[in-house]
Design a protein around this ligand. Structure first.
Ligand SMILES: [Zn+2]
Length: 166
């Protein structure tokens, strides 16, 4: 007897050795098909076992996607842009702190990707932007503390800050 599979209903059958390669009638669906010996495919079975963890779940894994890397590469570009923006607008430090914080986060996340150089640049620029923003904020608060409203700048923001303190 040789193992064979009906191509119409996928039923596994056994036919007499003499019938190999000849038309046989499937006992399930009554279709006629040539009885070819089932391919045992030993190589495929061995490869499959390498990630078979005996949990009876389907062990098929999706192929590793390259999309993930390219999207992280986008993160490096955003980190770079945010870093440049952060350095340029440090005098608007409330915004600069946000952009530099996001730039540092995106740059750090994009470090293990192909766009590593860009991610590092974005990370460094964002950090510099953050330092500038913190420094400018400190200078601003120091100026307010020292000169109060008489420093001539007198922005609405400064006045509101002082009002809240009283
Ligand atoms: Zn059949």
């Amino acid at each position: 007897m040789i193992p064979t599979t009906c191509p119409h209903c996928r039923t596994r059958l056994e036919v007499d050795l003499a019938c190999e390669g000849r038309p046989v009638v499937c006992g399930m669906c009554q279709e006629v098909f040539p009885a070819h010996r089932d391919d045992p495919r030993p190589v495929a079975r061995v490869r499959r076992r390498t990630w078979d963890d005996d949990d009876d779940d389907d062990d098929w894994e999706p192929p590793r996607r390259r999309r993930r890397q390219s999207s992280s590469g986008d993160g490096a570009i955003y980190a770079l842009v945010l870093g440049i923006v952060s350095v340029c607008i440090f005098c608007l430090w409330p915004i600069g702190m946000i952009t530099s914080a996001v730039g540092i986060t995106l740059g750090a996340r994009a470090l293990p990707t192909r766009a590593r150089a860009m991610a590092v640049t974005g990370l460094v620029l964002s950090t510099v932007g953050m330092i500038f923003a913190i420094g400018f904020a400190a200078v601003t608060f120091a100026a307010i503390a020292k000169f109060g409203l008489d420093d001539g700048v007198g922005s609405v923001r400064t006045q509101q800050t002082l009002k809240n303190r009283r």
